[in-house]
Design a binder for this molecule. Structure first.
Ligand code: ADP
Length: 159
């Protein structure tokens, strides 16, 4: 079975992330979306909220599972039997950043990283812009998956 890990901070999960996973399912049998726990980086959303958003998004897709991990991505990926790492690319800046990580990951573990280019309309979508919009009570619904739009809207209203 071809099983890929899609690691990230997903603070929060966006339509860009969702699209990469959906297209990744055309390549891989199973995708584990792995939310990294980074004690030094305090995000906007708690780990439980992040997991909930992603699980809601893929609640009807048994080939996607959602987990948390800490430590090195390659260690966790090997521990759970992944054959590949999946990442999304938006721009050349993403590429430069991802290239070094993917090459080091390959050297450390033998695991290859597969990259999917985002669809053009998702190039400007990123979690930090979504956080900024929410922080200022704006409507970020078009940037988050359909399944969690209402919840995200309510969160923005309460802030
Ligand atoms: P990280 O903190 O590891 O960069 P992110 O949550 O920001 O985690 O992103 C996880 C993955 O999703 C990365 O490969 C990133 O390039 C990709 N990604 C983020 N936003 C988009 C988007 N709009 N379209 C496609 N891929 C994206």
């Amino acid at each position: 079975m071809n099983k890929a890990i899609f690691p990230g901070s997903f603070d929060p999960f966006t339509v860009g992330h969702e699209n990469i996973v959906l297209r990744g399912l055309n390549i891989f049998d199973h995708i584990v979306i792995a939310v990294g726990i980074n004690s030094e980086k305090k995000g906007m959303f708690s780990i439980d909220q992040k997991l909930h958003f992603i699980r809601e998004t893929f609640k009807n897709e048994p080939r996607v599972s959602v987990e948390t991990y800490s430590g090195l991505t390659v260690d966790y990926a090997q521990q759970i039997g992944c054959t590949h790492i999946l990442r999304g690319l938006r721009t050349s800046a993403d590429f430069e950043f991802e290239r070094a990580i993917a090459q080091v990951n390959k050297q450390m573990s033998g695991l290859d990283t597969s990259f999917l280019l985002c669809i053009p309309e998702h190039t400007p979508v990123n979690s930090s812009i979504v956080r900024d919009i929410l922080l200022h009570h704006g409507d970020a619904s078009m940037y988050v998956p359909q399944a969690i739009r209402e919840e995200i809207r309510q969160i923005a209203l309460q802030r």
